[in-house]
Design a protein around this ligand. Structure first.
Ligand SMILES: [Zn+2]
Length: 114
């Protein structure tokens, strides 16, 4: 069971994470100014770079969603409960990944599935 002090710590960490994720995503989603006239030749390079940035932003966004969900769960008092099986998530896992929504065994199941 997580005590109140621990919860405050985690909440602070999550809020920091949230802010830096938001900044990072904003950076990634800002179109790169290549300072060049669009030419037929470098179209591929440019769209590859944009694609990479987009997918990086998308995966960060996923972490951001989890982080926000974790913060609201802290407020509701349901933090640290696995969304899949309803078991308590181990404190060790929460230390490593405070935004996690699943316990260790459900996490494993999910990895195997995908
Ligand atoms: Zn579980």
């Amino acid at each position: 069971m997580i005590n109140q002090e621990k919860k405050e710590q985690i909440k602070k960490r999550l809020e920091d994470t949230k802010l830096s994720l938001e900044a990072e995503i904003k950076k990634l989603e800002t179109p790169v100014d290549v300072g060049d006239f669009p030419g037929e030749d470098d179209n591929t390079d440019e769209s590859t770079a944009t694609f990479n940035q987009r997918s990086a932003a998308a995966s960060l966004r996923e972490v951001l969603t989890n982080t926000e969900a974790a913060i609201s769960k802290l407020d509701k008092g349901t933090y640290g409960i696995c969304e899949d099986c309803g078991e308590e998530i181990s404190q060790g896992l929460l230390e490593v990944a405070p935004e996690t929504r699943l316990c260790q065994s459900c996490n494993k199941k999910n990895v195997v599935k995908t």
